[in-house]
Ligand binder design. Sequence first.
Ligand code: PMP
Length: 405
Amino acid sequence: MTFDPLSIRSSFPILNQMAHGHSLAYLDNAATTQKPLCVLDAIQDYYRNTNANVHRGAHFLSVRATNQFEGARDTIARFINAPTQSHVIWTKGTTEAINMVTYGLEHLLEKNDEILITSLEHHANLVPWQQLASRTGAVLRILPLEANGQWKAECESYFTQKTRIFAATQVSNAIGVSTPLQTMLSLAKEQGAMTLVDGAQVVAHYPVDVETLDCDFYVFSGHKMYGPTGIGVLYGKIPALEALTPYQTGGEMVRKVSYQATEFNDLPYRLEAGTPNIEGAIGLAAACNFLTEQDRPALLAWEQSLATYTYKRLKSEKSIILYSPETNTTLVSLSVSNIHTMDLNAYLDSQGIGVRSGSHCAQPLMTELGIEGTLRASFACYNTIEEANRFCDVLIEAIDILGDE
Ligand code: PMP
């Protein structure tokens, strides 16, 4: 592998620190990634030199802020191959984007219409649909994918004339598998359903092309792709975005207001009430530029090689059960017989290794797997083979110590 994570690491000074007396190994990237200097600089530069409210271009700084903010929208559109910037709606993150869609489509749903999601969803792509179903009398159905993401023969029968909406994750945050997205999207479209793809676990690793995917909505969070927290994106096809009732109303999203009525603005502003997260948008655009400047196939190959290497080292350990696939993933998700993942997590933390344990906001999936949760080590471009080895060594040490207790 020619990719050198050490050169990229210099852009992430946060990684050069000690944790509990050990050098920090940050392996919780599926929860949130660290931010490169270019993102930190873009945010600081905005506040040092530009800060003003946008879209009220009455003065020098306001025009500059608006240009940067709308320029950021253009950058996102290019990053995901959206045709124009009107397709890009700023949100707080994936969760808010999905809530915007579930709220916005409510007027189109009738009793007994079906909403279909997969059995691998994060709660963010489950609870809002469940709530929508209970508000409208629609039925929430769960497409029973195999836990390894594979298609079961019976899956096809879940796509029917009654399916009005189909929502699916592209990659599972809990167990790292990719879903058979294209197959599912074509079946949903054959039935005339609207489609939403949760790309939260995709954007940092895989190139996204919404035109090729041809879904109605695509959602993701900035903080999982080296950008800031509090900013995310709802991409939509124009008719799909126009079908949404605005989730929030107020300033910015209006064209004309009287005491009797309000005329809403055009897209994308129609769905963005109030002063937006300006520095978040600018920071996210810097994160897109950071990624675009990298050799992305090499980055992905590196991250996947770390996950595969870790998997291979751990698969011979008798007490370890692995839930993530051996290849084509950027994380390792596991449990250990008779040791609680929280205890393993605490031991790893005491040695400076940051991972995550628990249900990963996917409780129904954990129930299906018959476990409470998993321990997850998730890799980003700046992780090293030494960190992967440390994770394996310390985990095996923890199993030795805790297993004897
Ligand atoms: N979907 C997936 C697949 C995720 O991994 C996450 C974050 N863990 C979310 C949705 C929710 O993202 P956020 O909390 O940034 O809104």
